[in-house]
Design a protein around this ligand. Structure first.
Ligand SMILES: *Cc1c(COP(=O)(O)O)cnc(C)c1O
Length: 414
């Protein structure tokens, strides 16, 4: 990127940013929640829109001079409505966790019962973990995946729902590789009179790209981050039925947040525009093809994938058969320029800081233009590294190979 003023005025900050850009270019990003935004999204973020205060909503702001900001926010909203067939959209949430806080605030009182997926079975901290605000403010009960299949057991979900009578049921995940049966969740919620909340933070891009079923027409409320498969700036949005519009808007502002980040709203609008293009369907398809090629290659090399494969962009790999654990694997792979995240496996015998698995995803490498052949190559590098974790010579050699592969597929910056 060109940062003329920054380079001259503050070479210290500039040099660090340059170093990170170089690192992103030279290394492989397999963290399932990360991606590379387009140059257009980057440009929209670095604009004078950051100078504005615009608490409130279009036509009803608490500050003057917002006529132009209204235009960008309405454009972003309109594009989300097209992408997800949403009745009502709020594009102001600063990130996924605050968006979820606003959703809970809109529908629940502190102490209310909520049903969500267990963290170590693939759920998110904000779905009721005890260290998170969600678990402290609300009374979460949790469902999990089946021990044998690794798939969410809908009979168990129904059983818990009938027994516990939650006020809300949360569907969504950060580390789960199978499609979710939205309609089944809705049927169970209707049976017990619960609100339905889908958190599609990880798969929003695959839904926008029409590869995974869309819960927005089925569920009461849906939140998503904008920076994962959706490939936009860091941030989030909330979509809901028209009848909940007012309570969602007031929960976001003034309930949870102050002023929206208008430069990020502009970048969100750009990303939604990109996701509306036909190329985004091809991109989403390739993400899944890449993940499936990768999963198969891992299986062929003797690794266990939770649930036996993937329907989306990610997989959770149990390393116990390879006598390794998540943290160690994360470190070994970092040495060869591959970023992955350690991950719990369902009913993990090891502690969360050093769990038994790693989570791997393909959104970022797919953005670079890599296909199935490169996925197999990457798995071979990972396998070789894990098999030779004490051999620095071997690891250095692999790091060079990773760098050469990256050079063929530059990240989008110019
Ligand atoms: C990533 C994620 C979030 C949180 O997003 P942040 O922007 O990191 O706060 C929430 N829910 C799910 C399911 C996620 O995967």
């Amino acid at each position: 990127m060109k940062y003329n003023h920054l380079q001259q005025q503050d070479p210290a900050v500039w040099a660090i940013i340059e170093k990170e850009e170089q690192r992103q270019n030279d290394e492989l990003e397999l963290i399932a929640s990360e991606n590379y935004v387009s140059p257009a999204v980057l440009e929209a973020m670095a604009t004078v829109l950051t100078n504005k205060y615009s608490e409130g909503y279009a036509g009803h702001r608490y500050y003057g001079g917002n006529a132009v900001i209204d235009e960008i926010e309405l454009l972003a909203i309109d594009r989300v409505k097209q992408l997800f067939q949403a009745e009502h959209v709020n594009v102001q949430p600063l990130s996924g966790s605050p968006a979820n806080a606003a959703v809970y605030m809109a529908f629940l009182n502190p102490g209310d019962k909520v049903l969500g997926l267990k963290l170590d079975h693939g759920g998110h901290l904000s779905h009721g973990h005890k260290v998170n605000f969600s678990g402290r403010l609300y009374n979460f009960v949790q469902y999990g995946v089946n021990d044998k299949t690794g798939v969410i057991d809908m009979d168990e979900v129904r059983e818990i729902a009938l027994r516990e009578k939650p006020k809300m049921i949360v569907a969504g995940f950060s580390a789960y590789s199978r499609e979710i049966d939205w309609q089944k969740f809705k049927d169970i919620a209707d049976e017990v009179g619960a609100y339905t909340f889908a958190d599609i933070a990880h798969i929003a891009g695959l839904i926008a790209g029409k590869q995974i079923k869309n819960p927005v027409p089925i569920f009461d409320v849906v939140s998503t981050t904008t920076h994962k498969t959706l490939r936009g700036p860091r941030g989030a949005i909330i979509m809901c039925k028209e009848k909940y519009a007012k309570q969602i808007n007031s929960a976001v502002f003034p309930g949870m947040q102050g002023g929206p980040h208008d430069h990020i709203t502009a970048a969100k609008a750009v990303a939604f525009g990109e996701a509306l293009r036909p190329e985004f369907i091809e991109y989403s398809k390739q993400i899944i093809l890449n993940a499936q090629a990768m999963a198969q290659e891992f299986i062929d090399r003797g690794y266990r994938i939770i649930s036996g494969g993937t329907d989306n962009h990610l997989m959770v790999i149990d390393l116990s058969a390879k006598s390794s654990v998540g943290k160690e694997a994360e470190r070994t792979l970092e040495k060869i320029g591959i970023s992955v995240s350690r991950s719990t496996i369902p009913n993990d015998p090891n502690p969360p800081m050093n769990p038994s698995g790693i989570r791997i995803g393909t959104p970022a490498v797919t953005t670079r233009g890599m296909k199935e052949e490169e996925m197999k190559l990457i798995v071979s590098y990972i396998d070789e590294a894990l098999e030779n974790k004490e051999n620095d010579l071997k690891l250095n050699n692999l790091k060079e190979k990773v760098k050469l592969l990256c050079a063929e597929f530059p990240i989008p910056t110019k």
